[in-house]
Ligand binder design. Structure first.
Ligand code: SF4
Length: 436
C-alpha cells in the first residue's frame, strides 16, 4: 500500500449532519495548503435511484442508504421541481447531500439556495463561462465545495473531439488511452482556470469511464497534476455481478497506490449494494476500521460433509444483523486445513460428518450436530461480543492454539465414506461416482 497522495482538503455538511472531510495533507508551504495535517479517511458515497421531487420516497431512500453506512448521498436535480424539494429533504435527513447538476446551471443556483452541501458540475454540459462563474460565486458565498466531473461520456460529446484528440494525443502517445486522457486533462485545466480566477479552490475532481483500465490511467495522471481530492468511480459499470469486478479492480488498484479520497461504486441495481460493497472494499484494503464481523469461510472441496454454502449464507445474514464489533468469524468445512486457515479467528466452527466443533479464541466450547451449528455459533458470537464490550475479552487475541480434532474420532469425519467417494457435496447434491 502506498501512502495517500496529498491534496487540498474539502469539507461538507453542517451541525445537523456532521462534517465529512475529503482529502487533505498538503505541506504547509504548498500554495493550496489548507492546514490539514493528514488526508481524511476515504468516504463512501452513493446516489439515490428515485426521483428527488417525490420527497417522502427520496427521504426514505436517503435514510436507508445512511443506515447502510453511506457517508454522503447524491441526488439528481434535473428539473426545478427537484431543487424545490431539496430544502425539505435536507431538513429531514442527517447525511451531507450533493446536488448533481447536469444540464442547467440554474438548477445549481437553486440547489445552493436550498442549502445543499455540495454541487456536482459536468463540464461537458455546463460550459458557458458566465454561467459557470455564477455557480462558482454562489458556492463561494455559501462556503460549499464543487465536484468537477469530466466523465468520458460527456467529453466525447464535444464537437471538436477529433481535432482536440489529434492536438493533445501526442502528450500521451505512449498510452493506449492517450487521446482520451489528453482530452480529459485539457478539459480539466480549462475548467479549473475559471475556478482559480475567481479564487475558488474547494474542488473535488472525478474522471469516470466504463473502462476500468482508462479509469486507472486517468486518475493516476490527474493525481500527479492537480492538488484536489479525487472522487473515484467506474461509471455505468453494469449489473452488480460484473460491475463489482470492474469497480473493485479500478478503485482497489488506485487506492492501493494512494490515489482516491472518496468513492462511489455504481451498479444497475439497488444503491444499497454500492454502499455495502464500497465499505467492504475499504475494509479489505485496511483503509477503514470495520464495523461488524468479518466472515472467513472455506471455498469447500471434496472433503466437505455438511451443507456449508447454506450455513455460510445464514451465518453471514445473521452476523450482519446482530454483530457490530469487528470480530473474525470462521466457518470451515473440515479439520484438514480448517484450523490453519482460520488462524486468528475469534469464533470458529470446523465441520465434520454432519457435526461441527466450535471454538472461541482457540478454546473448544462445543461439539454440535449440523442442525445446531448455526444457533450455537451465533450464540457464541453474541456472548463474545458482550465480553468484548465489557472489556473481558480482546479482539484478535488467540489464547490457546487450536488443536485439530482427530479426523477419524471426535467429528466422525466419514473417512470411510470419503475413501469410498460417496460423500455428498454441499447443497445436498449426491456425488455419484461411475460404477458405484
Ligand atoms: S477447510 Fe476443508 S473442506 Fe474447506 S476447502 Fe479447506 S480442506 Fe476443503
Amino acid at each position: 500500500m502506498q501512502p495517500r497522495t496529498p491534496n487540498r482538503q474539502i469539507a461538507l455538511g453542517d451541525t445537523r449532519t456532521g462534517i465529512i472531510r475529503i482529502g487533505g495533507g498538503l505541506p504547509v508551504d504548498h500554495p493550496m495548503a489548507d492546514g490539514s495535517k493528514a488526508a481524511a479517511p476515504i468516504s463512501v458515497q452513493t446516489m439515490t435511484a428515485g426521483y428527488t421531487h417525490t420527497i417522502d420516497k427520496c427521504v426514505a431512500e436517503i435514510h436507508k442508504l445512511t443506515a447502510a453506512g453511506a457517508d454522503i448521498v447524491r441526488v439528481a436535480v434535473p428539473e426545478k421541481k427537484d431543487t424545490e424539494a431539496l430544502a425539505e429533504i435536507l431538513r429531514q435527513t442527517t447525511v451531507p447531500i450533493v446536488a448533481d447538476v447536469h444540464f442547467h446551471f440554474k438548477r445549481a443556483l437553486e440547489a445552493v439556495e436550498a442549502g445543499v452541501h455540495k454541487i456536482r458540475l459536468n463540464p461537458g454540459n455546463i460550459n458557458d463561462r458566465a454561467q459557470v462563474e455564477q455557480v462558482i460565486d454562489a458556492c463561494k458565498d455559501a462556503s460549499i465545495p464543487i465536484r468537477i466531473g469530466v466523465n468520458e461520456g460527456s467529453i466525447i460529446e464535444r464537437k471538436d473531439k477529433q481535432a482536440r484528440a489529434k492536438e493533445l494525443g501526442a502528450v500521451f502517445s505512449e498510452n493506449k488511452h492517450g487521446y482520451m486522457l489528453a482530452i480529459m486533462i485539457a478539459k480539466l485545466e480549462e475548467y479549473l482556470d475559471i475556478f482559480y480566477e475567481r479564487d475558488f479552490f474547494d474542488i473535488a475532481i472525478s474522471a469516470k469511464s466504463m473502462d476500468a483500465a482508462l479509469v486507472i490511467d486517468a486518475y493516476t495522471e490527474i493525481a500527479k497534476r492537480f492538488p484536489h481530492p479525487l472522487h473515484l468511480g467506474v461509471t455505468h459499470a453494469g449489473p452488480k455481478e460484473t460491475g463489482c469486478i470492474r469497480s473493485v479492480v479500478a478503485l482497489g488498484t488506485l487506492m492501493a497506490n494512494g490515489v482516491g479520497d472518496t468513492i462511489r461504486i455504481s451498479y444497475a441495481n439497488d444503491p444499497i449494494f454500492e454502499v455495502e460493497d464500497g465499505l467492504e472494499l475499504l475494509y479489505t484494503l485496511g483503509l477503514r476500521e470495520r464495523i461488524g464481523a468479518e466472515l472467513i469461510a472455506c471455498p469447500t472441496c471434496g472433503r466437505i460433509q455438511v451443507d456449508l454454502f447454506t450455513l455460510v449464507q445464514e451465518v453471514n445474514e445473521k452476523l450482519s444483523a446482530e454483530i457490530v464489533v469487528p470480530m473474525k468469524v470462521a466457518v470451515m468445512g473440515c479439520v484438514v486445513n480448517g484450523p490453519g486457515e482460520a488462524e486468528g479467528a475469534d469464533v470458529a466452527v470446523f465441520a465434520g460428518d454432519r457435526k461441527g466443533i466450535i471454538y472461541v479464541q482457540g478454546e473448544k466450547v462445543a461439539t454440535v450436530g449440523e442442525d445446531e451449528i448455526l444457533d450455537r455459533l451465533l450464540s457464541e458470537c453474541r456472548a463474545f461480543q458482550d465480553r468484548v464490550r465489557s472489556g473481558e475479552a480482546t479482539l484478535g487475541q488467540k489464547r490457546v492454539d487450536i488443536v485439530p480434532p482427530d479426523p477419524e474420532g471426535e467429528l466422525g469425519s466419514g473417512w470411510e465414506k470419503m475413501a469410498a467417494e460417496r460423500i455428498e457435496k454441499s447443497g445436498h447434491t449426491p456425488l455419484t461416482i461411475e460404477g458405484q
